[in-house]
Design a protein around this ligand. Sequence first.
Ligand code: SDX
Length: 427
Amino acid sequence: MSDQAKLETGGKTYEFPKLSGTCGPDVVDIRKLYAQTGQFTYDPGFTSTASCESGLTFIDGEEGVLLHRGYPIGQLAEHSSFMEVAYLLLNKELPDQSELDEFIYTITRHTMVHDQLRQFYQGFRRDAHPMAIMCGVVGALSAFYHDSTDISDPEQRKIASHRLIAKMPTIAAMAYKYAVGQPFLQPQNDLSYTGNFLRMTFGVPAEEYEVIPAVEKAMDRIFILHADHEQNASTSTVRLAGSSGANPFACTAAGIACLWGPAHGGANEAALNMLHEIGTPDKIPHYIERAKDKNDPFRLMGFGHRVYKNYDPRATVMQKTVREVFDALDVKDPVFETALQLEEIALNDDYFKEKKLFPNVDFYSGIILSAIGFPTTMFTALFALARTVGWVAQWNEMISDPGQKIGRPRQLYTGPTQRDYVSIDKR
Ligand code: SDX
């Protein structure tokens, strides 16, 4: 704990302790503010509010730094794997070989879904958005695993966590297969986590599916880049839902629903749609002007971030990965050229510089996913697949905190003061 913060209000001075973390801004502990002053803080959008203490991920928005348990995202993207990052986020330390092998063995053997879960897909229209399906099917998991819902039991929390991480690729691949009218493929245990997902998505019973190593590596890196990101909107949703003691599968479904929004995880789909709408680089100035026009709701999707006020380090890795995938698949997509030129123009435009707007993780991801063969409607489902690792790790961190309590914000009430009921004949 460091020095005290002083607040003068109502003619009195109050002192509140300031707490320091291992890095990042200090916080003012205002847990006793209402009891002492009878007043609330007011912070819609939580732009200045720390909702919890966490040791999972640290972001320095000014320096463009992203650490997972202290390890920089660039190093993890370069040297690690999604399964190893999942282990790190769940268990605080990088695994040794035997720990990693055991973790992968366990996750691999939870990738099948209950056969009755397949019936849920039949209830959706074939053109249902994969995120609608993911919300429904993941929520339905809460009805299938009564042996791992006592969240006070660390062992059951661990099994539920493994089930969620393991089954998301299967559920996401099934959502894609249902949309294209192809049969579901069962997981194959001799493939990697990411290779299994690619085969379940793009494989067909009529022939063997060969995982392309460069695509598998790029996909695995994209999963790493999306794994966790402090207390973003969907993670905060999972934490708030979990704070009531709700079933972890249901909490994950709540996170999926929040991630779907275009201001959050839905931006990768929106960003590629925007790039296709812009079409050729000569149209970029028109769209830049629209993005700056307060009377025009158009925004540059994939640009800007609540926390990063320098550069999203994930976008740097993502841009590099575009080139690797394009080379591996011998793809030439003019939309990448449009994206590069849009970034260049926006980064040199005073409006974007003043508002500190630049590409975020969603700007380039759609270009890669499209090159690999995913339809835009699957992009956010892939984000949800990867972010399940972060949601589950953050949920475990919250539930295992002995001081954990239900989240219950207050408000600034601006509605009518008390008044008496008026019968309808007198209105
Ligand atoms: C993700 O929180 C996370 O960590 C999220 C995420 C994760 O990993 O979980 O990083 C994933 O969600 C990335 C963000 C993806 N969203 C988009 O790309 C959608 C486009 N971006 C914006 O909607 C916006 O930038 C947000 C939502 C990302 C951030 O919004 P803020 O912090 O609430 O900022 P704001 O909306 O108040 O904007 C500040 C100013 C405004 O202008 P003024 O009112 O001050 O005049 O910047 C402008 C905005 O109009 N602005 C943009 C813009 N984003 C903000 N103008 C044009 N284009 C944009 N993209």
